[in-house]
Ligand binder design. Structure first.
Ligand code: ADP
Ligand code: ZN
Ligand code: ZN
Length: 754
């Protein structure tokens, strides 16, 4: 219970309003709320003549509020604090380090259902009712096949499932369900406590999860021992688990998770891609569920209700483990003792909208607050992490061999310049790759083809005059979609029919340039008419059940060749894949990004790592126009140390990250002169005030000069101490007067340079 203010007989607290009031305001606490109220409680407050929600940030206040002016808060909305002490501290750190608004951070940290102060409406659940007889089953199948299939599904379930979700997923109408309820075969309830995310259930049902516990390899054992020792110190530490692809890093995580959970601790396990959460959750659950430990998933595809449930399960201490995408780093795990960041090098840990945090870096900071262990795992660690290892900030555990002494795959480089010369016309699939694909298909083994997503691929180009179909709002080539013959802009979603003749010179030679997954699919299908080929791209990734289905079909052997962008390269484990092709390895080398070499190296190693994970050796074909480029050569030899030495040397020479931190400051607006004017004015201010603390580069037009009709200019600040520099820049910026038509954003430790 909060301490009473000695002068008056009332309790005063400070509250930050969720609606974006950065300053905390003082409120008095009514007597009936005093027991419930804690630091981090969500409360309803009177503000600006309205009723709003806020978070209690402090009990007591130094603010001087004239007597009679102090308002009384209305109620405590949630029994569990929405920002317990550790998350409160994290909140302040994120706000300062990433120069983000309270509003944006609270929005990220607190799920919408909770933030809105409402409880999700009760959902109806169905479970099996009385047992049908064999005759009843047969009759049902004949007369009402839809009811029969629904009944069959429900009878396989151990827990009640939400009715609407099932009907939607099975494409059934309410009447099928009602019919079964009338007959008594199904039972309907509206209990909240039995609610289980439908998606999880499917996930654990159809991903193959072995319950058996493999015997650890020697190298795994050494790593597990090191983690256990770190855990038993009870202090903060960060460790890099650097193991080659297929070295069984997940098994090492599982051992650490088990150890933590056995002593009542909580765990956050971050994965870089939503699609991977169910796979990992399945493996974690297979280990922990038997011990009665509850694991929840956490990512952006959850419905509000599912997110609410996950949140509540963690906040109440009913669940101890969460597996999720980057925002799970803010999950209210109780007694947090371990944070795992799998594939820590992935750029997807960085959020590209406000707050622009990096989930990996927030994880390390949160572990520090919670005196926990943070494990960063990767086969291709980021240079930032390698640098932290070199400086002694992180410890490192290495696994140099694959499990069971499986070989790393053999990597072939195909020089596409020669390929273009020697074949009749350039084909995006080299003959070597085509032959190997055919060979696998004949042996009933599976292949994956990757396309480098970065870079601009499928636009329309006129060979006669050089016209490129570009978006008039974004100064970027538009993508040609073959299915509906339309051009689309990936940045602003503008679309228009693709021209049949060049709009500039009227030539009918206008044709597609570059490659999309669709084009590759067509070409490969022509080479192998009988093969079952499936494409996985941004469209299928956005439909949660579709990508799940594709991955399951691939796993069960219904698909021979899977084609996709590197999105699907992350962490997938398919034992029957023995060939991986990377169609255009060097596209990511030619970007205006100081991490281009690092990205290319990581891409090749990660993509290669998907091959030969079962008991047959794997092969990899890398197609490139620049076979001599160092990242490609190092990747071919799987020489991480060689690559890292050379690349760190380069970065040191230019004093790029990780040697200094980088901040990107972007100005944008519809009127380019105005934007330019204000950025020039601003540069004078920072130069004058901060020249001795940061190096300023720019202003210059951003590589993508225009998006959605807004012109963009940017500045770069290099600094060796962001913690000190950011508050100063923010203070200067607040005092700087800018035109309403120009907006700016700051990105600390940016991943996106465009
Ligand atoms: P990584 O994440 O390092 O690429 P995974 O953790 O996905 O590797 O493991 C690769 C495969 O090896 C998985 O199928 C896993 O079940 C299996 N595996 C892991 N450890 C062992 C072990 N000690 N013995 C046998 N198989 C193992
Ligand atoms: Zn033309
Ligand atoms: Zn556009």
């Amino acid at each position: 219970m909060p301490k009473r203010n000695s002068n008056h007989d009332i309790i005063v607290v400070e509250v930050i309003a969720l609606s974006g009031f950065d300053k905390a305001l003082a409120y008095a606490v009514p007597a009936i709320c005093q027991l419930e109220l804690k630091i981090g409680s969500l409360v309803r407050i009177p503000l600006r003549r309205r009723s709003e929600l806020g978070v209690v940030t402090r009990i007591g206040t130094d603010q001087v509020v004239p007597p009679g002016k102090l308002k009384m808060l209305f109620e405590v909305v949630q029994p569990y604090p929405v920002l317990p002490l550790d998350l409160m501290e994290l909140f302040y750190w994120v706000r300062q380090y990433y120069a983000a608004s309270s509003e944006a951070i609270l929005e990220t940290m607190i799920p919408a259902a909770i933030r809105k102060g409402m409880k999700p409406k009760k959902r109806r659940y169905i479970s099996k009712g009385k047992e049908p007889t064999a005759i009843e089953l047969v009759t049902l199948e004949k007369r009402a096949p839809k009811q029969a299939s629904l009944l069959k599904f429900i009878r396989q379930q151990s827990k009640p499932l939400p009715r609407v979700d099932i009907l939607k997923a099975m494409k059934l109408s309410a009447s099928a369900c009602d019919g079964l309820i009338t007959k008594g075969f199904l039972h309907e309830t509206d209990t909240e406590e039995e609610r289980v995310a439908y998606e999880d259930n499917l996930g654990s049902q159809d991903t193959v999860v072995s319950e058996t516990r493999p015997k650890l390899t020697d190298e795994q054992q050494v790593a597990v021992k090191a983690l256990n020792e770190a855990i038993s110190t009870g202090a903060f530490s960060a460790r890099l688990l650097h193991g080659v692809t297929g070295s069984g890093k997940t098994e090492v995580y599982l051992h650490a998770i088990e150890k933590i959970v056995a002593s009542g601790g909580g765990v956050i396990c971050l994965v870089p891609e939503v699609a991977l959460a169910p796979q990992t959750v399945g493996r974690v659950r297979a280990r922990l569920e038997a011990r009665g430990v509850h694991t929840v998933v956490w990512h952006s595809h959850l419905s509000e209700g599912e997110r609410y449930d996950a949140w509540k399960a963690l906040a109440s201490g009913e669940a101890h483990v969460v597996v999720g995408a980057r925002s799970a780093v803010f999950a209210p795990v109780q007694n947090l003792k371990l944070i795992i960041v799998d594939e820590e090098h992935e750029p997807s840990y960085k959020q590209e909208e406000s707050p622009r945090y990096n989930g990996r870096d927030v994880a390390v900071y949160r572990a520090m607050i919670n005196k926990s262990l943070c494990v960063l795992g990767s086969a291709t660690p980021s240079l930032e992490t390698i640098y932290n290892v070199e400086r002694g900030k992180y410890a490192v555990d290495r696994i140099l061999n694959r499990v069971d002494h499986r070989q790393l795959p053999k990597i072939h480089l195909v020089d596409m310049r020669r390929e273009d010369l020697s074949s009749k016309g350039p084909s995006p699939i080299s003959r070597i790759l085509a032959n190997k694909l055919i060979h696998r298909f004949e042996k009933k083994e599976q292949s994956i083809l990757f396309l480098n997503r970065r870079g601009f691929s499928t636009s329309i180009l006129c060979p006669d005059c050089g016209y490129v179909a570009s978006c008039e709002h974004c100064s970027l080539p538009m993508t040609f979609h073959r299915t509906d013959g339309k051009l689309r802009c990936h940045l602003c979603a503008q679309e228009r029919p693709a021209p049949l003749r060049c709009p500039k010179c009227k030539s009918s030679n206008i044709r597609k340039r570059g490659l999309g997954t669709q084009k590759i699919e067509d070409i490969v299908q022509k080479i192998m008419p009988r093969a079952k080929i499936v494409r996985m791209d941004a469209d299928s990734m956005s439909k949660k059940n579709l990508y799940r289905k594709i991955l399951n079909d691939f796993r069960s052997g219904k698909i021979d060749i899977l084609i996709g962008t590197q999105m699907i390269a992350k962490g997938l484990d398919f034992p029957n894949v023995t060939l991986v092709g990377l169609v255009d390895a060097d596209k990511s080398l030619h970007l205006e990004d100081f991490r281009a070499a690092e990205r290319t190296f990581q891409l090749i190693v990660q993509v290669s790592g998907r091959s030969g994970r079962g008991d047959r050796a794997g092969e990899v074909v890398i197609q490139t126009h620049t076979p001599h480029a160092p990242p490609i050569q190092f990747a071919r030899k799987s020489d991480f140390d060689g690559f890292q030495l050379e690349e760190l040397e380069q970065r040191r020479e230019f004093n790029y990250p990780p040697f200094r931190r980088l901040i990107r400051h972007l100005f944008r607006g519809r009127n380019p002169e105005k934007v330019n004017f204000y950025i020039e004015q601003w540069v004078r201010v920072v130069e004058k005030e901060m020249n001795d603390q940061i190096e300023i580069r720019g202003p210059a037009p951003a590589p993508i000069e225009k998006i959605r009709g807004e012109y963009r200019f940017q500045l770069w600040y290099f600094s060796s101490n962001t913690n000190r520099v950011i508050p100063k820049i923010v203070a200067l910026r607040e005092a700087f007067k800018m035109d309403k038509e120009v907006t700016d954003l700051m990105d600390v430790d940016p991943m996106n340079m465009l």
